[in-house]
Design a protein around this ligand. Structure first.
Ligand SMILES: Cc1ncc(COP(=O)(O)O)c(C=O)c1O
Length: 410
């Protein structure tokens, strides 16, 4: 048996033994795509979503017209937020909303947090974080006359509790970090870091974009202050689906977000002269909620609740573990380097492999129906969405990478 056949047959065994395998039938498949390895950028649609979207035109929108605002849509930001909180975040109701994009919610929360910390003049962030996080922090710092204290993570370790301890002080207003690193997939030590930030009297905001729906979270138990995340990755909300924000109940009424709009006002239809914020997390909403964009994620959240986050995490770890095993066998001989943790406990649901040829290789992979993504300067990011990705896709995808790197090809 050739090495490639052996990898394929091991993948087939893993799929046959996978208790979540039947969930794959719930997702729309795509002609010509042999391995979709980018569910961490844009999750696949579900069949149920097709019906939900069509039904929405006939039922809620077409039949109820504007009456549906009173009947159901006004509550959608908090009702859907509570569903995300229950299914994925480990948070009790009343602390999570769905609105805007991650970037806009980050802005609102960073501004609300720093403004609540009178006399504190610094925001701590890290240079490896996703661009939007860094840009928002820099923007708010410029707007409010604050300094940004940058943590520079060492390659391969991510932001460590020790680095956070060294960076925070009685000047720190807020620390903003990603829970799962968008490049390496490394999971930061959220409980330890949150404790360190609190000991310095500061607040912590966690970006959960690469965690929600992939890694178990317990934001209430770990006393997270604020969090944001997107819903088009592992929550399969579709392109441009709105984001979620979590604001711990103990901060309600104390933190005030800056984009004061009528939909976050205490009584939107009072058409009052002055802005009076809504009580609770509803205050984070600014304008009319994007109801259509909230539809697809409901189907994925139902699936996640059916399967349970513990099972999803188990499958996710098995998928990334298998991807590493196959990369060691097929790709290490071509000097491909793993830029993600080998330790299951600190690895999210994607891995990154590095090789100087990967920009060109990715373009050819897409032509062949193998779809990972490329992250400069030389990272091939393999995203494995626990309910929709098969072990066979991992095998087929990495075998195609091996074939493209093989010297016998040229
Ligand atoms: C870690 C992280 N934060 C923030 C964002 C930006 O989200 P949005 O485009 O919804 O503003 C992304 C997008 O991929 C991300 O990966």
């Amino acid at each position: 048996m050739s090495v490639l056949d052996d990898v394929a047959s091991r993948a087939a065994e893993l799929d046959a033994a996978d208790p979540l395998a039947s969930y794959r039938d719930e997702f729309v498949t795509t002609d010509g795509v042999v391995a979709y390895l980018d569910g961490n950028s844009l999750g696949r649609p579900l069949h149920a979503t097709r019906e939900r979207l069509a039904g929405f035109v006939d039922d809620a929108w077409g039949d109820r017209l504007i009456r549906a605002w009173d009947e159901q849509w006004m509550h959608a930001p908090t009702e859907l937020g509570d569903t995300i909180a229950r299914a994925c975040l480990g948070a009790v109701p009343g602390q999570t909303v769905v609105a805007d994009s991650t970037t806009v919610l980050l802005y609102k929360l960073v501004r609300a947090a720093v403004d609540s910390q009178a006399g504190r003049t610094e925001i701590v962030a890290d240079t490896d974080n996703f661009p939007t996080d860094r840009f928002v922090v820099e923007g708010v710092a410029a707007e409010r006359g604050l300094e940004v204290r940058w943590i520079r993570p060492e390659a391969g370790t991510g932001v460590t509790p020790e680095q956070v301890r060294a960076a925070v002080s009685d000047r720190t207003a807020l620390v903003l970090l990603s829970h799962v690193d968008y490049r390496s997939g490394r999971i930061a030590d959220l409980p330890a870091i949150t404790g360190i930030v609190h000991a310095a009297g500061a607040l912590v905001l966690w970006d959960l974009c690469h965690s929600a729906g992939a890694v178990e979270l317990a934001v209430d138990d770990h006393e997270v202050d604020l969090a944001v995340g997107c819903t088009y990755k592992y929550l399969n909300g579709g392109p441009g689906a709105p984001a979620f924000a979590y604001l711990a109940r103990r901060h309600h009424g104390r933190l005030q977000q800056p984009v004061q709009g009528w939909m976050g006002a205490a009584d939107p239809f009072a058409m009052g002269d002055r802005y009076q914020p809504a009580a609770g997390v509803r205050q984070l909403v600014s304008g009319t909620p994007p109801i259509v964009g909230m539809l697809p994620m409901r189907d994925m959240l139902a699936l996640i609740e059916r399967a349970g986050m513990a099972e999803l995490r188990r499958k996710s770890t098995a998928l990334t573990g298998f991807a590493i095993e196959v990369a060691d066998e097929l790709l290490a001989p071509y000097d491909v380097r793993l830029a993600s943790p080998r330790d299951d406990r600190v690895r999210g649901s994607h891995i990154t492999l590095e090789h100087p040829e990967f920009r060109a290789v990715t373009a050819e992979l897409w032509r062949r129906g193998v779809i990972p993504d490329f992250r400069p300067p030389n990272g091939l990011r393999i995203g494995l969405s626990p309910l929709s990705t098969s072990f066979a896709e991992v095998a087929a995808g990495l075998s195609a990478v091996a074939e493209l790197l093989s010297p016998s090809r040229s």
